[in-house]
Design a protein around this ligand. Sequence first.
Ligand code: C2E
Ligand code: MG
Ligand code: MG
Length: 585
Amino acid sequence: MAPPPNPDVEIYLAVLKHLPDAVVVVDQAGHPLFSNPAATALLPGSIAGLGGHGHGTYQLLDSHDRPLTLPELPLQRVLAGQPFQHEELLLAVNASPHRRWVAVSGVPLQGLGEAAALITVRDISAMKQREANLLIQAFHDPLTGLPNRHLFMDRLSHALTRAQDASQGHRQGHPQDSMALLFIDLDRFKVINDTLGHPVGDALLVEVATRLQTQVGAEMTPARLGDDEFAVLVEDMATSFTAIDLAEQICAAIRQPFFLKQQEIYIEASIGIALGLSTYQSAEDWLRDADTAMYQMKDSPDQRWHVFDSSHQVQQDLRLQTEIDLRHALGRGELRLHYQPIVTLSTQEICGFEALVRWQHPTRGLLPPGEFIDIAETTGLIIPLGQWVLAEACRQMQAWTAAYPAMANFTISVNMSSRQFSQPSLVEKIQQILAETGFAANHLKIEITEGVLIKNSETIIGVLEQIKAMGIMLVVDDFGTGYSSLSYLHRFPFDCLKIDRCFIENADQDFEKLEILQSVVRLAWNLGLEVVAEGIETPRHYAQLKALRCELGQGYLFSRPLAPEAVEGMMTEKMAPLLKPTPAT
Ligand code: C2E
Ligand code: MG
Ligand code: MG
């Protein structure tokens, strides 16, 4: 009687038959003793591809696509006494372009007769594909499919490390010149997105990405950093001109019209370029410089790219340092006022001064206002600074008028920035300063530039009228440099018009300038305004202005702005006309 079937063996056989993993058992010589149906399907032909006997129709490769050598093949390793678990390899079936990912394990078998080793091969292609998709999602922009910021920063870091290694290893060539980072920004993208809608905006970005990809070579990495910002990392450039050529090509490609959803769209790119210096400490620094380069770009329609200039960074650092120092300057009493005489042109006698602020910087010396006024304006420090200037000018003038009778009717002109007009309590502050110093309001002139009037003119008119009601005179400074027309002069309660020195500078050579000067003086007369000419530097300027019957003037010909001690020195001498003898015309 036949022995009853061993239920265990039947179960094992059924399991092996239905198991999706390939299972192969070999003898000590590498001959197959057993293989399940999955093995026949996955490893067509024979087990030669695993390192056994016969002619294989497939090959095992490592993750770099390199075929394994004989001793590296699974069967050879197990039989040589080196078992292994779940090694991920590629399986290439001859004549098929597709590769499968497989996980191969090899264990030795003992005490099972001829059986010497067991090899299992699992098809993990689907899992690998899912992994790859996840990687793509994590490191790529879902809209354009380009590498995202995360992956791009990683590539930058690697490129920097390679450049640093190369320069330390004294390899030939100049690695710092051979890499560049292009930061690309689309001009007007936001407008298109807002007006034509996000679907059009998205389609445009996809199209831009496609054009970008057609411009970049294999040694370059394009990326989308966010919104309408793209970037390209260029490695192994021959010269830095490669980066510039590429920037030109990208601009030209993006400048071509886009046809999206029945619309014709035009857009321009601006490109900041930072060469990859091996001195960069981080990818962030490198990217920041490329970004900065874009802002350094001149507003030129022909050139849409700019190479980062490190001296600009130095300037920014200086600006930041100035801002920090300026915050202390007020408290430490480092500000000074210099006084430039204003002269009655017909008599050459001084009739007043313009107060001009200076900063006695602890390490940089005496700084002119050009070095700090606009920083004070952007930071808001102009409010306390302006208040100090007004208070100090009034205090000083009050002291001088008491000490020097000749100065009794002198006026003092004080400059005010537009930002000062935004403080709600300006009028009260001025009143308070006049009250505290005892200086007469009708000897004070406040100079404002045309720019002040352009912004917020309705509110400004109200403030100016209150100031004027106090008896203070109002002067338009740098007249002719703003872009407003003469028409606004009617609307504002000015007393005086100060012609910018650019009109005086060349009036003796430039006939057009002279004509303008003439008509400005005439206009001022018609409006009943006093005229001051600034920047009188030569006897010719002086003669010309006098001929035009301009009343007042200031300039280096008469005097530069003076420190208070110099004013006092001048006042103790006899109050003589400043020019002796009268200059020739
Ligand atoms: P501004 O009010 O037009 O002052 C006249 C500027 O021209 C002064 O420069 C003065 O030194 C210069 N200047 C005078 N005569 C001549 C000349 O014959 N030739 C040339 N080339 N220049 C001449 P500064 O002192 O450097 O002041 C520059 C600007 O800074 C002033 O222009 C004014 O806008 C601003 N500023 C000065 N002090 C203050 C202040 O206390 N507050 C505010 N907000 N701005 C001030
Ligand atoms: Mg002025
Ligand atoms: Mg001026």
